[in-house]
Design a protein around this ligand. Sequence first.
Ligand SMILES: [Zn+2]
Ligand SMILES: [Zn+2]
Length: 392
Amino acid sequence: MNPIQHIRRYQDQLTEWRRDFHAHPETGFEEQRTSALVAERLAAWGIEVHRGIGGTGLVGVLRNGNGDRAVGLRADMDALDMPEENEFAHRSRNPGKMHGCGHDGHTTMLLGAARYLAETKNFDGTVHFIFQPAEEGQGGARAMIAEGLFERFPCNSVYGLHNRPGMEIGHYGIRAGAMMAGAAFFDIHVHGKGGHGARPESTIDPVICGAQIVSALQSVVARNVPPADTAVVSVTGFTAGQAYNVIPERVALRGTVRTYRTEVMRLVEARMRALALSIATGFGATAELAFREITVPVLNSEAETTLIADAAAAMVGEAHVDRQRPPVMGSEDFSYMLAERPGAYILVGNGLGEAGGCEVHNPRYDFNDAAIPYGAGILAAVVEREMPRLKD
Ligand SMILES: [Zn+2]
Ligand SMILES: [Zn+2]
């Protein structure tokens, strides 16, 4: 019996837990109830629990045999600040909060893998079950790493997953290399010299200068980023004066940059700074660029990508594993764990149509419970494959 088949035996209990998490969504760093329930369940299976790592984060440790290898399995626990529009019985009971990204399902899948591994112990080494807070833009992965995640719980490799609406149940998608983009936010402030709208000659107009900067920034992707690389530069905010007849003193631009390679992110930042500052100088104004990284790209290492894809294919068949899944421009903070350790991030089908096809972050989204054994199963399977038990 493979892990997926075995974990199907826990389907009713796992579904009940998943719906309970869904009904009680907690947003970043406030996952008190969720992490308490996770800790209680891990402990009940004899797994050593370490709480309070990166706020509400926790790690479960399960050892078996004498092997000195360790594998980290990671799930995110946080919900979103958004009102839910579903009407089923397990809809959110916390107004304005919703498990709109399926992290209720990811938490449940990792619990399923933990129960299976604790019961079957068909591996030789150590498993670290990493339950992460605050994936949705608040830096939960970084918080756990900063508090010594990989020093306290050394891992040879680390694996994570995400449900994917529109991909069939029982299907997986992955690629080696860049799977998701790195993201940065930027602010540009242009300082000119304000004055009367009818006397432009006595002013340094930051609006004209800002508009030139917006246009020029589009040349970075078109003319500086190599065509075989990918980047997005979007100016999403332009804040200037208030009155019809006042040329303002300053304008503020803001926006986001996405790339698949950190080197390209650095190139884009350097070109943006050079353009903004030199255009401002040309107009007799001054400008400054504040550029802050939000996530690094999700980079799957070759060996671990092959290992998890092979583990999936062994359970569901090669035809159900897309090993060349196209990358997307979205981002995911598991990337920070992958920057520390080799590993892989795999997509697990959430189904099509009514049951699982609704896109994440939509007020009608729901995680599809039929995906639980596939997510739990693949996490368990990588442990058995990477740290096989020696036959005696
Ligand atoms: Zn999300
Ligand atoms: Zn998510």
